[in-house]
Design a binder for this molecule. Structure first.
Ligand code: ZN
Length: 315
C-alpha cells in the first residue's frame, strides 16, 4: 500500500444502508466492497451485527463480512452493540469492531436499549473476548462515542461527560476511541475544542478518528477543523448515503468523493481514486433507485476547467 496521509474509512455500507429506504441486495454490497478496494479504499465499515428483526438491512452481516475478509490488506470494520454481535463479527473475520456508546443517556437507550453503564460493561466484556483470542486474531476494538456534539433528544451535550466516558472507555480496555457527530450538530470550533480536550485526556494515539455527519452542511468544514488539530482518520460515505429520521432532507455522512477531492487538492494523499468513486455511485443508483445521492464533485467532475457539464454551463 502506498503511503497515505489521511485514512478514509468508508462507512456507507453500514451507516448509509441502515438508514436507506430499501434493503440493498447482498450482491450489490459485495460489488461496493470489491470496487471500493479497487478504488483504493483500505478500510470499509461493511455492516453492523444487530438483530435482523431490528435492522433488516443488516441481515446478511456474516456473509458480507466473510466476503470482505477475502481482500488482503483491507481493514474489515463492523459495528456491534453487544457481546453476541462482537462474537459473530469475530467469527466472520472482522478486523475492527466499533462498539457504540452515546454520551447522551437517552440516545444510548434509544440506540442500543441499554444504559451507558450497561454499555460500558458490555464493552469490557467484548475486550475480554478480544484478549482471549490468539494475538494475531484479535480485532481492534473501538469505543465509538456518539452524540458528542449534541443530541436530538437531550439537546446540548456536556463536554465533561465526553471526557468522563472517553476515560471510562480506555479503562474498559478499548484499543481506541472514535468521536461521532451522530446528529450533525457540530461546528468547526466545537470540533477543535473537543478533540483537543479528549487528546489531552486519553493521549493522541488512543483517539482514532472523526465520524461526521453533514446534516447541516458543515461536514467538510468540520473535517478540516479535525485535520487541523491532528485527526488522521475520517469516516465518510459514498454519495453521502444515509440521513437522519429527525431531519428530513438532510444528507448522511460527509460525502467520500468530495472529501477525497478536498484532501487531494490540499496535497494530502488518500490513496483513493476519486474518479473510481464517482463511477461507483452507479451501484447505489442501480440498487437503491429511491435514495437521494449527494455530492458536488460527482456533479461537476473532478477536473477543473475543461468542458463544463451542462448543469454548470447553465448556472
Ligand atoms: Zn453515523
Amino acid at each position: 500500500m502506498a503511503d497515505i496521509d489521511i485514512l478514509i474509512s468508508e462507512v456507507g455500507p453500514r451507516d448509509g444502508l441502515q438508514m436507506a429506504r430499501s434493503v440493498m441486495p447482498t450482491a450489490f454490497k459485495k460489488r461496493w466492497i470489491a470496487e471500493g478496494v479497487a478504488a483504493g479504499l483500505t478500510e470499509i465499515e461493511v455492516c453492523s451485527f444487530v438483530p435482523p428483526k431490528l435492522v433488516p438491512a443488516m441481515a446478511d452481516a456474516t456473509e458480507v463480512t466473510e466476503y470482505a475478509a477475502t481482500f488482503p490488506g483491507l481493514t474489515v470494520a463492523v459495528l456491534a452493540p453487544n457481546l453476541k454481535g462482537a462474537e459473530n463479527a469475530v467469527k466472520a473475520g472482522a478486523n475492527k469492531i466499533t462498539v457504540p456508546i452515546s454520551v447522551s443517556e437517552s440516545h444510548n437507550r434509544a440506540n442500543v436499549n441499554k444504559s451507558r453503564a450497561e454499555s460500558l460493561q458490555e464493552i469490557q466484556n467484548i475486550c475480554t473476548l478480544r484478549d482471549a483470542l490468539p494475538e494475531d486474531q484479535r480485532p481492534v476494538i473501538e469505543g465509538g462515542l456518539s452524540t458528542v456534539w449534541g443530541c436530538t433528544i437531550e439537546g446540548a451535550v456536556s463536554e465533561d461527560e465526553v471526557l468522563r466516558l472517553s476515560e471510562a472507555l480506555i479503562e474498559a480496555g478499548v484499543d481506541e476511541i472514535g468521536l461521532a457527530d451522530t446528529t450533525g450538530m457540530a461546528d468547526p470550533a466545537g470540533i477543535k475544542r473537543v478533540f483537543t480536550k479528549v487528546y489531552g485526556a486519553v493521549g493522541k494515539e488512543k483517539l482514532a478518528g472523526a465520524h461526521l455527519h453533514n446534516t447541516r452542511g458543515l461536514g467538510l468544514a468540520n473535517a478540516l477543523a479535525a485535520l487541523e488539530v491532528g485527526v488522521t482518520t475520517l469516516d465518510a460515505s459514498l454519495a453521502g448515503l444515509g440521513g437522519c429520521p429527525f431531519a428530513p432532507g438532510a444528507s448522511g455522512n460527509i460525502v467520500t468523493e468530495d472529501l477525497v477531492y478536498m484532501l487531494e487538492e490540499m496535497g494530502l494523499s488518500t490513496g483513493i481514486d476519486v474518479r473510481a468513486l464517482i463511477t461507483m455511485r452507479a451501484i447505489l443508483e442501480e440498487s437503491l433507485p429511491d435514495e437521494p445521492l449527494y455530492g458536488f464533485i460527482a456533479e461537476v467532475g473532478p477536473e477543473k476547467g475543461g468542458k463544463p457539464v451542462e448543469r454548470v454551463a447553465a448556472a
